[in-house]
Design a binder for this molecule. Structure first.
Ligand code: SF4
Length: 257
């Protein structure tokens, strides 16, 4: 279900590393990842929103953004931090595209994060601007995507989009997270992601599961108690990833140091 709702702000102050603001054109996300912790935050803001099924477009967000870019100090805008800016709804609605135009004209640097090749549509806007593009690549295995990210594009589409964007000289990065032991941490899997980082000159940002009540509830439908409890022991995986990155000359860092 796609509906629109009015919003009060467009640029929110961000505490995420490297970002001054976050811009989220939608509430909800059609990608519906089972490990997503945003629904937990949204539970209080918008209790009726069914994660992965409902998307609410912020109907007046562009009007507010136009006003805010005139009075707020310049800083990097994360597009997006609580939704995917290139989820299916964006294809017809183009809210992200129009927001990018406003941000670019106002001189705000932008950092995009997505799982969708739809970002390639906006290359005409992005190229040559102060914009970097991050692709979340949790796994190169379609089965992982089907299980954990049922509404998101398959890995090969993300990989191909990353290669396209990088080949155009745009700064790219890979978000490898969350790493879930037993599902996307195998040595060969990790090596494929690191090699992709080397090929596309992309930094790798890695992350662990962010455990929230809704995440536990959703993941327990596909993970057993034992598997779920193993989530804490990631020291070995992180060390292995960092060693691989060093070996392949890829910069890498933990998402929330
Ligand atoms: S794409 Fe991002 S925001 Fe959307 S459901 Fe997945 S993790 Fe959450």
């Amino acid at each position: 279900m796609i509906e629109s709702r009015p919003c009060k702000t467009a640029l929110s102050r961000s505490t995420l590393p490297g970002l001054a603001y976050s811009f989220n054109p939608y509430w909800g996300c059609g990608h519906g990842c089972l490990y997503c912790y945003v629904p937990d935050v949204m539970r209080n803001v918008m209790p009726s929103l069914r994660w992965g099924r409902d998307v609410f477009v912020k109907e007046n967000v562009l009007e507010i953004l136009r006003r805010e870019v005139r009075r707020k100090p310049k800083g990097v805008v994360g597009v997006s931090t609580a939704t995917d800016p290139y989820q299916p709804a964006e294809k017809g609605l183009e809210v992200t595209r129009r927001a990018l135009t406003i941000l670019i004209e106002a001189g705000f640097p932008v950092s995009i994060q997505t799982k969708s090749p739809l970002v390639v549509r906006d290359i005409d806007l992005i190229r040559g601007k102060k914009i970097d593009v991050g692709f979340t690549i949790t796994s190169t295995d379609k089965e992982f995507q089907r299980k954990f990210e049922p509404g998101a594009p398959p890995p090969e589409e993300r990989i191909s989009a990353l290669e396209t964007v990088s080949s155009l000289g745009i700064i790219t990065w890979i978000f490898y997270g969350p790493i879930i032991p037993g599902y996307n941490d195998a040595p060969d899997e990790m090596e494929r992601i690191v090699r992709l980082g080397a090929k596309t000159k992309s930094k790798i940002i890695y992350d662990r599961l962010n455990i929230k009540p809704t995440v536990i509830q959703r993941l327990k439908t596909i993970m057993g108690e034992d598997e779920f409890n193993r989530r804490h022991s990631l020291r070995e995986q992180f060390a292995r990833l960092e060693a691989l990155c060093k070996q392949h000359g890829v910069r890498c860092e933990f998402a929330f140091p």
